[in-house]
Design a protein around this ligand. Sequence first.
Ligand SMILES: Cc1cc2nc3c(=O)[nH]c(=O)nc-3n(C[C@H](O)[C@H](O)[C@H](O)COP(=O)(O)O)c2cc1C
Length: 379
Amino acid sequence: MVSGSPDVWRPRLPPGPGGCGGSRVPPIPGRWLRLACLVTALANCGGALGLLLFQRPLFERLGIPLPLDPHYFVWMAGLSFANGLLAYYVYRDPPRSRDLLKVGIVGKGFFSLTAVYYYIFAGLHGFFLLMGLWDGIFAFIFALYLIQLQAPDLARMNAGEVWEGNGSVPRRAAILFYSLTGTGRQSVLFLKRGLESGGYTVDSFPIRPIERDLFSFPFRSLGQFLRIAGRAILRRPARIEPLRLPAEHDYDLVVVEAQTWFVGVSAPVEAVFQDEGNRAFFEGRDAAVIVVCRGLWRRSQAMVVRHLERFGARVVGSRAYEHAGREPSRLFTLAAYLATGEAGRPRWLRWLLQPRYGLSGGALEDVERFGAALAARRS
Ligand SMILES: Cc1cc2nc3c(=O)[nH]c(=O)nc-3n(C[C@H](O)[C@H](O)[C@H](O)COP(=O)(O)O)c2cc1C
């Protein structure tokens, strides 16, 4: 199990373009998320008290109708104040407040959704919609913070650390990868280059689904995509060809490349870890993870890292890479690419699409640097 920091080693790497290397995921620093908790604590407590004390003049000035039942309003303000206190306690001691964050996500999320609902269907005043949107944003921030607090090791790895290995010498690496649309395959090439620059010999093992017709790209029909999507949403496993990974091998590093499918790891990669027969390949070895995705990587990365740890590997590094560009253009680019199989198509949508699908050049260079850092890790 990866733990504590005493054996952390920071390799000196050439800086990447734009500081963090194209679209390698820049982790949101924990201190920002913590500060956000203080902000919402002050806003909730201050706002609730302000509303209780100055509700009438404030509402009259803003033209908001006074609540029909003042008791409910007072209760709501009390709950909002309590949510602010909760955020303050999270701010004071984040690692011990994970359960509080869960309560905060439910409370703020519920308030946010009901505000939107009543605004649309019951004519609620826009003032409350704004409060709801504010709470929605903080429910999201709480969720990000919760993930980060539950996986502090991943936050540090994403920030660039490569950890000490387990001391073996051969300098041979195995990369297990799956790639439907080619992004992962491309990242593996750059990773391999980085590892080889550090003196490694690298073998790649593609993960091959048995249902080749289904898991093939470009899609032949909308139905094919919907089947993959439906199964990913329901988290139905995929059957893969046996990896025939030898239990006795001399790879001192095993890298798993994976991608996000509907906020989880793709089914073919997950299948590797659903087969206990593969455990021996990872047990006692150094392991690293690369996740590629449009933008949602946290859960899939955590899934792969935890699977590796469950199989007894020592996870020494993990990186996630997002597609080039910003939202919503990235989302449209992904949808258009899945639909047409070609970047920049359809032409009439070009103004909205990224010129390329997948990782930016800067991100790929960063993958290569990651490979070099893994090769240079102290073992
Ligand atoms: C069925 C499907 C579902 C996806 N779901 C997500 C998702 O929930 N979040 C995300 O960020 N990317 C999602 N993506 C985008 C992929 O993670 C992204 O395109 C990745 O680069 C694909 O890697 P590959 O080309 O190696 O298959 C999805 C892609 C597919 C095909």
